[in-house]
Design a protein around this ligand. Structure first.
Ligand code: SF4
Ligand code: SF4
Length: 283
């Protein structure tokens, strides 16, 4: 089973929920931090990393000795990532989507597959949890290929929990796609509600069952709960604002370690998710 933990906006406590859910279930869990632009789940899970690998994305490497400057590579590229100008072939790697069209179409075999450094994948373990995250190279703008690489290591024999990036754009879709359940973490504020609506729309488009965790539930207003009622969205957990929780988080400590009574609540959250995912699967 794959559970994605997402949020329309940053700072809602998404990573806190993902890491504490993983820690509460423990052995047999795989936690993938797909927030590759700012991975921080490792700060809480504290894994010992055993493996690290750089990830490269295929981009064209042109050997101009063989090039006749026919322009066929530039004609086929819909991303304008390759151009032929005055007997020069220019490659704009940051625009390239690695479709392979240019090296397929080149009549002279002048284009080979080069590689653009996307970042690094690191794998480790902590208390029975298998942990994998990606770290996007500083200056790299395209995160979905690195997210897909992190997800490549999903193990169907395990419960996979994905810490998705915040927002509702391509990186989030790449993280949520194919999940059995999306857990949306929100807070009861106008900004939280606005972004929650976008995140709900994304889960609906992907046709993935979803439910809410409301963090700092005793602050803000009642509009989030009213929206959940209107949309028939199950509220699966509410976390009150609590100084002890906030301080533990700021020290990089797990909620279930500092306040062990929360472990049962996260285990209950897991059971609710399983139940809802199973109900949806029957429909
Ligand atoms: S398609 Fe090949 S030969 Fe033609 S311009 Fe591009 S690299 Fe040169
Ligand atoms: S691989 Fe595709 S996107 Fe990249 S330069 Fe070639 S045609 Fe354009």
């Amino acid at each position: 089973m794959i559970i994605s933990v997402a949020s329309g906006k940053g700072g809602t406590g998404k990573t806190m929920v993902a890491t504490n859910l993983a820690r509460s279930i423990g052995s047999g869990v795989q936690l993938l931090d797909c927030d590759v632009e700012e991975p921080n789940a490792h700060l809480f899970i504290n894994p010992s990393f055993e493996e690290s690998q750089r990830v490269f994305m295929p981009v064209p490497a042109v050997n101009e000795k063989n090039c006749t400057y026919c322009g066929k590579c530039a004609d086929i590229c819909r991303f304008k990532a390759i151009a032929v100008v005055n007997e020069n072939v220019l490659v704009f790697e940051e625009l390239c989507h690695s479709c392979g069209g240019c090296w397929e179409v080149c009549p002279e075999g002048a284009i080979q597959e080069g590689g653009r450094d996307l970042g690094v994948i690191e794998k480790g373990h902590s208390n029975g949890i298998e942990f994998i995250h990606g770290r996007l190279r500083v200056g790299e703008a395209m995160s979905p290929p690195l997210i897909k690489k992190v997800r490549y290591y999903q193990n169907p024999a395990k419960l996979t929990i994905i810490d998705a990036p915040p927002g509702t754009s391509c990186p989030v879709i790449a993280s949520m796609k194919g999940s059995d359940f999306v857990l949306l973490v929100t807070e009861p504020t106008p900004f939280g509600l606005y972004d929650l609506k976008l995140a709900v729309a994304a889960a609906q488009i992907l046709n993935i069952p979803h439910g809410l965790v409301i963090n700092r539930c005793d602050l803000g207003d009642s509009k989030t709960k009213n929206y959940a009622d209107e949309m028939n969205l199950p509220i699966l957990m509410e976390i009150p604002f609590n100084r002890e929780i906030a301080e533990a988080y700021s020290r990089g400590e797990m909620l279930v370690d500092v306040m062990p009574e929360w472990k049962d609540m996260f285990l209950e959250l897991h059971l609710k998710i399983r139940h809802l995912a199973k109900l949806e699967a029957k429909h």
